[in-house]
Ligand binder design. Structure first.
Ligand code: HEM
Length: 455
């Protein structure tokens, strides 16, 4: 077994050279929704904005054809940007480019083929049932809870059960806290400023460095845990087969550890934020919740849904799709230009940071009627098929698009349908909830709800 690289001091997202840190002043204009400031700027320009920040340029793109140019047409000219996120992802697939990326992604691709969803659904349902038992208790106690934490623990349970054949071998609430602590750029900034001021930095439980050290233990716990059923066709088994395959020497034990890390972050955080925002929308507009309930009743009645029922849950799925339009969990896709280029008539220099502004294109009045309105109906019928390509990019695009996007829609559609058929989460926070844009687009301070059981 290869040893883990020892955790270094807090590094990363909030370092001065990091794009995440550089973006923070730009995002200050509107404290309730910092992305509105960027949206306003992008709408006043022609979709390509180059901003000089210290010794480098950041180029923001918010036109679909420019996004396609980077993701597809000249994809090899734009490499992944992972500064600051390496401690989370290690050397997992998501951080690589070129031939090595291809060798790591291809053998895992089969685990995300729609043919596999039928095998996963019973495990998704198992995790949803566990969550329903917890909500039954919360409904009785009447206490308020934070929804992203609720949905994060559900999403992590689904990944562990369906993809790894494990019960969660960690306390998901503790891991959730660590993930949140690490991805908040401001935590890094405060550590850096204290170090610069010559303070002796005592790392406490809420510090980013401590959080990342704890995070590194999580994949090891997954590997060490007993399988639930010794299933043969799981993602974890595919990963283990890659480690044993001499034809892929890059795929060593550390690669396996890092792949697990990647799935537990990329596959839970984004899925969880989406479901939490969808439940908020359903709480805000009871007609949405009613329609989801009626659809569930018509499609699967008193039994539990099956994989075959998923395609019939069209309205519920549309709620998930519309949620990802309004609140794209990855609000900006990052790249670095590997060579000089021209986009929309503007020069791009090698080394420029590229931000493809998903939130901007999702909220553009050029491509969406009433873009600020939550309208699941836009995803039903022919209108959805006529949509201009690259105007909706919650999962990115081109060869680097999300490996688990389609699966996450199955998870979230089933969870939304089943949870709402029994419960009515009542949003008790500030209206409208603020937006916190760090690596992901999260509700500021969370979404506080009381769980009510339907009679
Ligand atoms: C609502 C749910 C999700 C959203 C919005 C989302 C979003 C994204 C986006 C935007 C990318 C591309 C980033 C880029 O091009 O820079 C991506 C990549 C990725 N996602 Fe997801 N994701 C979701 C769910 C999942 C799930 C469920 C998994 C797996 C269990 C997953 C695993 C990955 C991986 C491994 C990559 C990297 C692919 C590669 O580099 O080839 N994601 N995701």
């Amino acid at each position: 077994m290869t040893e883990l690289t020892p955790p270094s001091a807090a590094q990363g997202l909030g370092e001065e050279a990091s794009i995440w840190f550089k973006l923070t002043p730009l995002l200050r204009g509107n404290p309730q929704n910092p992305l509105k400031t960027l949206l306003d700027i992008s709408q006043r320009h022609d979709g390509v904005i180059a901003v000089n920040m210290g010794n480098e340029r950041v180029v923001f793109l918010s036109e679909p054809e420019h996004i396609k140019h980077v993701l597809v047409t000249k994809a090899d000219n734009y490499i992944k940007y992972f500064d600051g996120l390496k401690p989370i992802f290690g050397k997992s697939m998501i951080t690589h480019d070129g031939a090595v990326w291809n060798k790591i992604r291809m053998p895992q691709q089969a685990a995300f083929h729609p043919d596999m969803f039928g095998e996963y659904v019973p495990y998704f349902l198992d995790a949803i049932r566990t969550k329903m038992q917890i909500w039954e208790g919360l409904a009785k106690s009447g206490e308020s809870v934070e929804m992203v934490e609720q949905t994060w623990t559900l999403a992590a349970d689904m990944i562990c059960k369906a993809l790894f054949d494990r019960d969660m071998p960690f306390n998901p609430h503790v891991v959730f806290k660590y993930v949140k602590t690490y991805t908040d750029v401001m935590n890094h900034k405060s550590i850096r400023l204290r170090k610069q001021a010559g303070e002796l930095v005592e790392l406490t439980d809420v510090d980013a460095a401590k959080a990342i050290e704890a995070w590194w233990e999580v994949p090891l716990a997954v590997l060490a845990a007993e399988p639930r059923e010794d299933r043969e066709r799981t993602l974890l088994k595919m990963i283990e087969a890659c480690v044993a395959d001499p034809a892929i020497p890059e795929f060593d034990h550390q690669q396996a550890v890092d792949e697990i890390k990647q799935y537990l972050w990329a596959g839970t955080e984004t899925t969880a934020i989406t479901l939490a925002w969808a439940l908020y929308q359903a709480s805000r507009d009871p007609s949405i919740a009613d329609r989801i309930r009626r659809e569930g009743e018509a499609v699967y009645g008193d039994r539990e849904p099956t994989a075959a029922d998923y395609s019939s849950l069209a309205y519920t799925r549309a709620v998930i799709q519309e949620t990802m339009r309004i609140y794209p969990p990855i609000w900006g896709l990052m790249r670095v230009a590997d060579a000089a280029d021209t986009i929309g008539g503007k020069e791009v220099k090698a080394g420029d940071r590229i931000v493809m502004f998903a939130y901007g294109v999702h909220h553009s009045p050029k491509y969406w009627d009433a873009p600020e309105e939550f309208r699941p109906e836009r995803w039903l019928g022919d209108a959805a098929k006529k949509r201009k390509p690259y105007t909706y990019i919650p999962f990115g695009g081109g060869k680097r698009s999300c490996i688990g996007g389609a699966m996450s829609q199955v998870e979230n559609t089933l969870a939304l349908s089943m949870l709402l058929r029994r419960f009515r989460p009542e949003y008790v926070g500030e209206e409208p909830p603020g937006i916190h844009a760090t690596v992901t687009l999260c509700p500021k301070g969370g979404l506080h709800v009381r769980i009510r059981e339907l009679s």
